[in-house]
Design a protein around this ligand. Structure first.
Ligand code: GLN
Length: 189
């Protein structure tokens, strides 16, 4: 299993460490020629969705990556990655890949609750410790998307076919189960 990790900005190193600990072969995607390599899955890390969106365009990575996702490349977006995959931004205009039938609200917990932890049930995984950092949440799933976890009545994870998103950061905990879930979803032998 070879996983490309978008490494323009944000918390990509933590994903790489966790995936390597699970035996996946990872490489960083920073420029167009990095996409020439063959790979089986893609990670879009947390960080700042506006910055990542801008860099993706400036580096001519936006359209080729969107096409790969549309053609079925398994993808896991955390936090900012969730925002990049959402086809609607609640209260905002700026959409990015827009490949997933979810509506995301950015910085949705307000200042006071900008960062917090919670433990909640994740469908197919069980109780999971969730770390939120200026996180979005999903205000609506529609079409083919299915919610996988909720915290305080807010949807914080969803899946649509080969696309997985979490509003929280499993890569910042020691718990590898969601990354294992993703690798299985992506067809780990
Ligand atoms: N607030 C960030 C954004 O809007 C996401 C935060 C994160 O990825 N930790 O992109």
């Amino acid at each position: 299993m070879r996983v490309g990790v978008l490494a323009l900005q944000g918390a990509f190193i933590e994903h790489i460490k966790m995936l390597r600990s699970l035996g996946a072969d990872c490489f960083e995607i920073r420029k167009l020629s990095d996409l020439e390599a063959s790979f089986d899955a893609l990670i879009i890390p947390g960080g700042e969705s506006t910055v990542q969106g801008k860099l993706l365009c400036e580096l001519n990575l936006f359209s080729p990556i969107k096409k790969l996702i549309e053609n079925g490349l398994p993808v896991f977006g955390t936090c900012a990655g969730l925002i990049l995959l959402a086809s609607e931004i609640d209260g905002g205009k700026e959409k990015h890949f827009a490949t997933m039938d979810i509506s995301a609200r950015r910085n949705a917990y307000g200042r006071q609750l900008g960062s917090f932890s919670a433990t909640a049930e994740f469908d197919g995984v069980g109780e999971f410790p969730m770390t939120f950092i200026r996180a979005p949440y999903i205000t609506r799933v529609f079409g083919k998307a299915k919610p996988l976890a909720t915290v305080d009545g807010k949807i914080v994870a969803a899946r649509q076919g080969n696309q997985l998103v979490t509003a929280f950061h499993p890569e910042l905990t020691d718990d590898t189960r969601i990354h294992e879930y993703f690798l299985n979803m992506a067809g780990k032998p």
